[in-house]
Design a protein around this ligand. Sequence first.
Ligand code: SF4
Length: 469
Amino acid sequence: MIEQPYVYRHAELAEPDWRRLPGWAAVTTQEWASAQWQRSHCVKNIRQLRAVLGDGVDEAFYADLARDQAVRATMSMLVPPQMINTMVPQLAPADPGFTEALYADPVRRYMIPVFSDRRTDWPSHPHASRDSLHEAEMWVVEGLTHRYPTKVLAEVLPTCPQYCGHCTRMDLVGNPTPIVDKHKFTLARDDRLGAMIAYLKANPGVRDVVVSGGDVANLPWPRLEAFVADLLDVDSIRDIRLATKALMGLPQYWLTDEVRAGMERLAATARQRDVSIAIHTHVNSAQSVTPLVAKASKAMLETGIRDVRNQGVLLRGVNSSADQLLDLCFALLDDAKIMPYYFYMCDMIPNAEHWRLGLGEAQQLQHQIMGYLPGFATPRMLCDVPYVGKRWVHQASRYDIERGISYWTKNYRTAVEADDEHALDREYEYYDPIYLLPESGQEWWHAKSADLVAADRASVRAEPVPAPA
Ligand code: SF4
């Protein structure tokens, strides 16, 4: 009998042994379980990475990383021990082949990008930009994006316990890098959060708030609890989603007594008021789903919140095959009780072309994963189209595969189009990576790119696009 394209096997979750890493050989189970220990041992630079991995890694890797940090990285380095430990889980740095395995590792590929990962022909798309989704343009108060009619995004803080190389909010989130100065909020935090609540009280058409950042795990718990309690006091709010990659990157935080007790209080109030609170996390690879992550997810569900859902990002070399996506979805669903929900296409930020998939590839992945997972847990592949919003990847109205341009329409006005009578008739463009295009399409972009590069990269220094070979 011919095998199915994907063969499901339940894989037991396993916590990789951190003691295989020389820098953490003496770390106890109690230390590892401590959120404070995890935060204070995050890897923030090459010196610290070397101290953890020891001498087993080739010098060329560190040089590759240093070059990336100097000329390409849009995010600074910040990786919790929990995430480092899931890289190359089967090998110790002294084992033969560790450096090659580290280069190939899916978690390393997006958390610790190196120069040789990236495209040299088209490191950025000519239309790439900081804040590629134009969220700041749609701020109704600083940090509150009102893009959809009934829902808002509240960016409550600009930091995370971990920084992902492909972060779509590279404009705002994290520390500056040699090529990117970060946007700074101008209002004090409590003034901003207060203004957000006031806006929501004055706009009862909004029923759904995504509380994000950054990552809510970096807001001191009492402040986060107070903000969510204020949201629960707004009569029109029915859904509250807390965005935290730290459920995976720093599950120890979500397992602390303070956070569990606080979430129980919020969940009880939400139930009384008929509001749903959910956690939305961001897991991109099956190997990130460990017993500690499952424990944190289940602890949150036990507080009485409605759900824990995953919004991953499609990244080449990380989860760009149907097998990788299905392995991840089953790991989330079977043992961590995390609902596979969305996979976003990677946004058009600078220096992301090596990660981004073309629309056709995302459509193909959607097709390939259908029918294996329960319908309620089959994630949608999404394209977040600038000035439009989230669209299922099959919703493009037209697709020029020669030039890699897809065209999209919308059915609501964003805050910036309140008076634009043509907003719903217009087509909005999204662009595939140019190196994937047929030769004729690449030539078209080479001819067009000089003007666009000058216009679109004003705030990000990048190497010029080379002439065609
Ligand atoms: S956790 Fe989210 S906001 Fe923070 S760096 Fe990663 S993608 Fe960006």
